[in-house]
Write a protein that binds this ligand. Structure first.
Ligand SMILES: *Cc1c(COP(=O)(O)O)cnc(C)c1O
Length: 462
């Protein structure tokens, strides 16, 4: 199993090399050279199996010979031992063929843990085998940062630099990052948006002598290992339901919903993937109007989706164009130049066979949190609410189960939840430490030279 770049100008590499690199040197994103696949019978047999068994089966087909089956098994077991529920991604019925898939039972209480807990372990293993050091640079809209810190904090030979947009993450999210007690973790609050942070990360990768000198790597969802790990819960949910479901996915960077496409390409029957956005609706506009055009991200109640450049859409475009890397190169160059890309009709039509999209603003997000609390007595976070609002609206008929991905614990966003319901979500014990520790964070203008200088300074032997 080898990995190729969506832009077609980087050599094919192994899973371990892809994992350690993150972004391809030609600026593209890695995907498997050919998708492995499961038969319907193999997928049906996942029903009732422990989550870790399904993870071994799915990841086992994607890692090639980068790790032995025993190494993979050990890392999966350790990764998911850190979750509160052995089911890892439990489904609960919320009435009339609708289900909530709870993905927030990991150490930092958002779905990012599902991928980063395993990614961190495989990463450390691959780095040890290769030798040397690595610099992990992550731009976060709020949840990737703490999940990366929980996965990589305290590890040897890895420096972790996390950029978050100053003042645009919730207090709990910020404290989860800035109170981390690890010497190898460095938080930077940049004066800008998530998109500014993501652009700095990509620009520093493009400075290849710097990137090579510090062994720069990315654990954002541009790293395919994350997509691979997230594909697993699409399999477990569909196998449990026994019929092709609709998945409604609260979407920012398009990583989680693309993991659904990855599962489909590996043989999973899915009725539709519904892309649910907040008012930062670049993906809803792209799929509904055929124009992928970014504006300035504006703050919402679901900050982890305040994104106006959905990096993983490049993967979907590559697939929808029949893996035409010349088209992807041209399309991405045009998007960088004009902040706008008209999707060719054939590409758009292909995307629409898999995807639908729906936008929900803050008022409707609050109304959905309130309605769900009234109807079920349960609290959900604002990101989940964006998806649930889309699910309330969707009409796929009685026989099609609709699975809403619940991506964060409501206690991460107590203000929004309280505003909607007059109830303050109970704080899980995992959060108490984060709320009490001392905060450490550097504030910086959103300039790549400043971030580069910061990284050079921490790596310079003193
Ligand atoms: C990251 C995140 C999302 C968006 O996921 P993408 O893979 O970026 O589309 C949604 N909800 C929560 C809580 C998140 O942390």
């Amino acid at each position: 199993m080898r990995y190729i770049s969506t832009r077609g100008q980087s050599p094919a590499i192994s899973f371990a090399d892809m994992l350690l690199a993150g972004l391809a040197p030609d600026g593209g994103l890695y995907l498997p050279e050919t998708w492995p696949s499961f038969t319907p019978a193999e997928i049906a047999a996942f029903k009732g199996k422990p989550y870790t068994d399904v993870a071994e089966a799915v990841l086992g087909k994607l890692i090639g010979d980068s790790f032995t089956p025993e190494e993979l098994r050990a890392d999966i077991a350790a990764a998911y031992a850190s979750f509160d529920f052995p089911a890892i991604a439990p489904l609960s019925e919320i009435g009339r063929g609708r289900y909530l898939m709870e993905l927030y039972h990991g150490p930092t209480l958002a779905f990012k843990d599902v991928a980063l807990q395993i990614l961190g372990r495989l990463f450390a293993r691959a780095l040890k085998a290769r030798g040397g050091r690595a610099t992990v640079l992550a731009a976060t809209s709020g949840d990737t940062g703490s999940a990366a810190i929980a996965a990589l904090g305290g590890l040897e030979n890895i420096e972790v630099i996390v950029l978050h947009p100053k003042g645009r993450v919730s207090e709990v999210q910020r404290r989860q990052m800035t109170t981390a007690p690890f010497a190898n973790v460095h938080n930077i609050a940049i004066e800008g948006t998530f998109d500014d942070g993501q652009a700095i990360v990509k620009a520093l990768f493009a400075e290849t002598d710097f990137a090579e000198a510090v062994n720069l790597t990315a654990v954002n969802s541009i790293n395919f290992a994350r997509i691979a790990a997230q594909a697993v819960y699409y399999f477990t949910a569909a196998a449990e339901l026994g019929v092709a479901p609709v998945f409604v996915v609260p979407t920012g960077n398009f990583g989680d919903v693309f993991a659904g496409e990855a599962a489909m390409r590996m043989g999973l029957a899915v009725e539709k993937l519904v892309v649910a956005t907040n008012s930062n609706d670049i993906m809803a506009r792209a799929l509904n109007e055929g124009v992928y055009a970014s504006g300035k991200a504006s703050p919402t109640l679901s900050p982890s989706m305040d994104i106006q450049v959905a990096s993983n859409f490049e993967r979907a475009l590559f697939e929808a164009s029949g893996r035409d890397s010349a088209f992807v190169r041209d399309a991405m160059a045009r998007f960088v130049k004009d902040s706008r890309l008209e999707l060719p009709p054939a590409v758009l039509a292909d995307l629409r066979t898999r995807y639908e999209a729906k936008r929900t603003d803050d008022a409707a997000t609050l109304a959905t949190i309130a309605r769900f609390e009234r109807e079920t007595g349960r609290l959900i976070d604002p990101h989940t609410a964006v998806a649930l609002a889309a699910a309330y609206d969707a009409n796929f008929g009685e026989k099609v189960p609709v699975v809403v991905l619940s991506t964060a614990h409501p206690a991460k966003f107590p203000d929004a939840v309280n505003h909607a319901t007059n109830r303050i979500p109970e704080l899980p014990p995992r959060l108490t430490a984060a709320l009490q520790g001392e905060e450490k964070c550097h504030v910086m203008r959103a300039e790549k030279a400043l971030v580069r200088g910061f990284i050079e300074a921490i790596l310079r032997p003193s």
